[in-house]
Ligand binder design. Sequence first.
Ligand code: GCB
Length: 598
Amino acid sequence: MLYPRMTEKRQKKPLDGVWKFQLDPSGKGVGERWPSQGIPSPIHMPVPSSYNDITTSEAIRDFLGDVWYETSTYVPSEWMTERIILRFGAVAHHAKVWVNGHFVTESHNGFLPFEADVTPFVNEEKMNRIVVKVNNELTWDMLPPGDVIEKVTEDGEIKRTLHQQHDFFNYAGIHRSVFLYTTPQTFIHSLNIGTDFNGETGIITGESESPPSAFVYYSLKDDQGEIIAERHGATTEIQVPEAEAWSPDNPYLYKLDVYLKDGEGTILDHYYLNVGIRKIEVKDEQLLLNGSPIYLKGFGKHEDAVIRGKGYDPVTNLRDMYLMKETGANSFRTAHYPYAEEVLQLADQLGFLVIDETSAVGLLSQGVPATGNLEPVFSNGKISSHLKEYHLDTLQRLIERDRNHPSVIMWSLSNEASTMEPEAEVYYKDLVELVRKLDDRPIMNVNLMLIEPEKCFVSKLVDIIGLNVYFGWYSTPGDLKAGTAELRNYLERWAKTHDKPIVITEYGVDTMPGLHKVPAVMFSEEFQVQFLEKYHNVFDEFPKVVGEQVWNFADFMTKQDTVRVDGNKKGIFTRDRQPKMAQYTLQKRWKSPLREGK
Ligand code: GCB
């Protein structure tokens, strides 16, 4: 599914703005024909945004169930000969969509785009009503998984609450931009662009899916618009002598125009992509970019901001990128789900190396309060075949969506799953096999610090190991000497057991901005600085550690909990994107050369 772009053959109209909105606690909307009649008692709601934090209503913030959105629009007359597509960047978590009362599509993935060909349902001269039913419940048939728990209260009412296993607020709503766009009747369906670089020559391979009756034509241009190469044929290879390789220091982008022509040479469709020529590989226990070792410096992030929650926000997004550059970061991980495509477009342009993660977070054994034992996940049927299919489908769609971004350097299968269960091996084998079929980027899986390297059933399947480590915080709280000793021991065991590079995908501590303590104590700014410094010294002892990504870039919202003070405070920046003291610690380290060759 190609991201909507304007060309002389394609139009687009964003439908972002203020929509109508209504809660539907008793699920009566369909029965009362809201899809065709409109929603009866709406309030105003911005799109894209989470709906939770816009009003002052606790009922809306904590709502669990169906909500409805509605907007109306005219469609230009000149669109009537084209295919008209309605596209949502992402709606969390379940969506059903109607256009002028006709059901057109549904989605059960809160972090990936979906669309419908609405050509037959669109009116030329009248307003077109678009109605969306959104549901935010989690089940164990989806990712992230969760349960809705029903309890009868003392006054006989049924109270429904969400049980979730992940550490971020279950924001919901129309989270990413909504577009109406057109394609010609004969159109380019998909593009798969690969690149390689041998130190001098770049190779671009192109594969386009389009009707066999039409001819594909590629035109590659440099960043000044000068044509470098032209090729015919759906599958192509272009050699670029003396290529400018893409990297965080030089995010050079070529432009690839792709045309579809008929037998007479008339242009039927036109689409274009930015292409960064680069090669990423794992070799000799190192991560190589364009043939040289690269050390990842950066953050685990979240799509999270004040008021708009998980709604895509170009303003916050750019601020984040500038702050990361300023700190000396060259990378980030899309923890714990696929981010908006606009984020990756900017990462291509500004030069960030992205670990692109699925929404598989929370596949973790939970302690059973009665026994204190861990309830397994993979081995007792808690993971259904539906959930596995969902995971495979998410991976496939993530790769198909993001494979053309030079910034995306690896796929992360999941975050902190119960990979110590033997049954996890078969499950992950199938995931790995799928990725290998679709793409040649390295594969990572991210491990919880309770996973013992000798007893992990998944690390042997992947190319690069992600480790989340919080010794001195969740273990031996406040004792950084003991914490760093534990860290050293843990890394030694991983390095001994697996001949693969390791990225520290999370390390960090909750820190209240403005809280100063000497000597340092947990939650003070001094403690965050000391924790990072001590951890960095240990990382530097291990040649197999090829990257460090602090948890988290910024403070973010979680569910209410005794261990969370208005959310998770492990940010290096506050939730409104101002630095804590530790930002200078990172800047000092990341802006000076690390170890030799890194
Ligand atoms: C983790 C999780 C992350 C949490 C973090 C924490 O290991 O991957 O989602 O937010 O720890 O702060 O506890």
